[in-house]
Ligand binder design. Structure first.
Ligand code: GDP
Length: 397
């Protein structure tokens, strides 16, 4: 062929290929914008000044590849292999199962001690042994004395000699000690947004709990705004942002050292502006200066109340492994703000799950949620029946 003709042909082919690529890029970009709009996100919206309103991440998870859709009519197409879950996405576990498996450490210690005691027959040593076992499990001295005293009386009056029956009575006593408080997290009865203020000492699990709550909301198909009002540590806001990305929820943050009350304010404005039905506010938990803590928490609460009216929840997050120490710390918070409920974390890591009884009894507040692990799904509404069942899960007497 004529070389001139060949060159002309090559130029034409190159132009056609370049055009096709450009069209594909444009339509990909359109898809991204559409996905963004579907989520109702607006990039870099500025609400009330310096606030950064984060857009939910539209990135595909790492390692994800886009496979072309399979043609079902094609006989060479193999059936799709079963979907493998990433390690961060465990098989959904029922609440009963979660309580049973995650309470295993306490159950191993308390349950096996109780089984051992009751298996030996009922005598004076039984009651002393029971007291020791319950106190070791952090049930608290006063509550333990009352529970064992009541148990002893019932056993005597009913002439019970069978260990299994005593165990059933003990479970009932523990269940009764947990009471029947309303444990639902309250939501605004008007159009909202609902506001939950989350407090607690550093390390108790506040941010993780907020992330898990955000995940519960996402799974229920509800948006929420997370306000990073712990401006004392930049890491706290960063951690919250990660949870926001992970749960596809918005995070409002300011720079480190900013006024926490203004973050809370902007969080509320952002929730309202985007029609998010819920605002969850993280707060600083330093305790080295009690007056400063009280002032700060009080101010955040006042500013929020001015916008929202009475807050639906002020949750105190307590580390379940800190025992009586945690209860003493909790009292300092109760002096600063009016708490509506407790979230007790790290029950999975503790051999002292009896702390639930002590917390409720000594603080006079309902345990509303419990942390049963570090995974996003490891936050469960506290269920006294499942809890007591979990404590004695594998106990045979
Ligand atoms: P904050 O300072 O109160 O915000 O506490 P963080 O949320 O940063 O939590 C402190 C540590 O406790 C982190 O390593 C969390 O992963 C861990 N944590 C929080 N909740 C739980 C829980 O329910 N179980 C376990 N095992 N670890 C938890």
């Amino acid at each position: 062929m004529d070389p001139v003709l060949l060159v002309i042909l090559a130029v034409i082919v190159a132009a056609v290929v370049a055009g096709a690529v450009a069209v594909q890029r444009r339509s990909g970009g359109t898809r991204e914008v559409e996905a963004f709009q579907e989520r109702g996100a607006e990039p870099d919206t500025d609400v009330g000044g310096a606030v950064t309103l984060e857009a939910p991440s539209t990135e595909a998870p790492q390692g994800a590849t886009e496979a072309p859709p399979a043609d079902p009519a094609d006989p060479t197409v193999q059936p799709a292999p079963p979907v493998e879950r990433a390690p961060t996405e465990p098989e959904p576990m029922g609440l009963r199962e979660r309580f049973r498996t995650r309470m295993a450490r306490t159950a191993n210690v308390l349950g096996s001690q109780v089984a051992d005691l009751l298996g030996r027959g009922i005598d004076d040593d039984t009651w002393e042994g029971l007291e020791e076992a319950l106190i070791t499990a952090d049930v608290g001295v006063t509550a333990t004395m009352e529970i064992v005293e009541e148990l002893r009386r019932a056993v005597r009056e009913q002439g019970i000699t069978d260990g299994a029956e005593v165990l059933a009575l003990l479970k009932q006593q523990l269940r009764d000690a947990l009471g029947d408080a309303d444990r639902e997290l309250v939501r605004a009865s008007d159009e909202g947004p609902t506001v939950w203020l989350v407090t607690g000492v550093n390390g108790a699990g506040k941010t993780t709990t907020i992330g898990k709550l955000a995940s519960i909301e996402r799974r229920a198909g509800r948006d929420c705004v997370l306000a990073a009002a712990d401006t004392f540590r930049a890491a706290a806001a960063e951690q919250l942002e990660l949870w926001g990305e992970r749960t596809d929820q918005r995070v409002v943050r300011h720079d480190e050292g900013a006024d926490p009350a203004s973050v809370a304010y902007d969080g509320f404005q952002a929730a309202r502006a985007t029609d998010a039905p819920l605002l969850v506010v993280d707060t600083a938990g330093r305790l080295h200066n009690k007056t400063a803590l009280m002032d700060e928490l009080g101010k955040v609460k006042r500013v929020l109340e001015k916008q929202a009216g009475p807050l639906e929840e002020v949750l105190l997050v307590l580390d379940g492994t800190t025992g009586q120490n945690g209860i003493a710390q909790a009292r300092a918070f109760l002096e600063a703000v009016e708490v509506t409920g407790i979230v007790l974390t790290k029950l999975d890591g503790s051999s002292r799950g009896g702390i639930v009884v002590a917390v409720q009894r000594e603080l006079g507040l309902p345990v509303k949620f419990v942390g049963l692990g570090e995974d996003v799904e490891d936050l469960a509404p506290f269920d006294p029946d499942l809890f007591v069942e979990g404590l004695f899960a594998d106990v045979g007497v």
